[in-house]
Design a protein around this ligand. Sequence first.
Ligand code: PHE
Length: 367
Amino acid sequence: MENIEELKKELTGSIESASDLKSLEEVRVALLGKKGRITEMMKNLASLSPEEKKEMGRGLNILKSEAEAALESRKEKLAAAELNAKLEKEKVDVTLPVRPECQGRIHPVSKIYEEVVAIFGEMGFEVAEGPDIEDQFHNFNALNMPANHPARQMQDTFYIPNLESDNFDDSYVVRTHTSPVQIRTMENKRPPIRVVAPGRTYRSDYDATHTPMFHQIEGLVIDKTTTMAHLKGCLYDFVKAFFELDDIPVRYRPSYFPFTEPSAEMDIGCLKTKTELKIGAGTDWLEILGCGMVHPNVLRAGGIDPDEYQGFAFGLGLDRLAMLKYGIPDLRTFFESDVRWLKHYGFVPLDESSMTGGLSNNGGLAR
Ligand code: PHE
């Protein structure tokens, strides 16, 4: 039987000299593992006389717990040292300067899209979407424009042939407005409904203020007691938030859309001079959107009982808003993909639009 004192000195030495966690583990196995020295000695106790067994047993138990404590404290020290070494190696230099300004720019239409969604989002609207290629049911019929309805001629529609049918009524269209999303929303959702639907729209038109592809945002609110007063309040709050003005004169002119009754167009007050357009003041008016109370036939087409529910809808052109807000004179330039144009009129990508953080971040204009 080995001398316990001697053994203690020896094993303290080997624990202290273990220089990393791996060699410390080897020392632990050599002492306390299944075939370790202390384990073996404990097994051998059986062959001793009762007297010796008692004394040796006590000594070994003490030795074992001392060895365990010594192993544990060495382990903590080595682990701390290894962590420090790792931290030292993986050091991040937080004093590095920020990256140079990025090259890409956010297109004004994307910026306006974000701004408008941020405003309506804050009012509790959800964003809904629909396909660019529509059937005539969603683009026209369900919106109270049956085949041969004269109002279909209000919009210069691009038709897409339906290869499975010779009947012209079955041909598809690229949607002429975002209003079909009203129907798609009603088909999928029960009132109360409060959605905005931004997206691409198409009409055969081309001049300084019209391009064959343009963008609209549709709004739809349906509930049991929704009235024209809600429509007016909602749109008034919208234009103030959008043009970032405390007040802005607005007026509604009676108008006609097959899918709303009554229908109106909303104008905002402005001042037009030869060189400038100033929004929010002056004696001139600028039309910015179409709106009205959802026609009972439209509610019916969407599977909603017009005797129980009513609502309002509006639609506005996002490109036009971008031209107004950011003073861009020709709509055609929006879609020419000229990088110099984008550098001039575009926005820094990191400036997100939000009602709390700032909408347009005028300082963020790339100009
Ligand atoms: N869809 C109409 C347009 O494109 C706008 C509109 C939407 C009018 C909703 C009333 C209600 O001109």
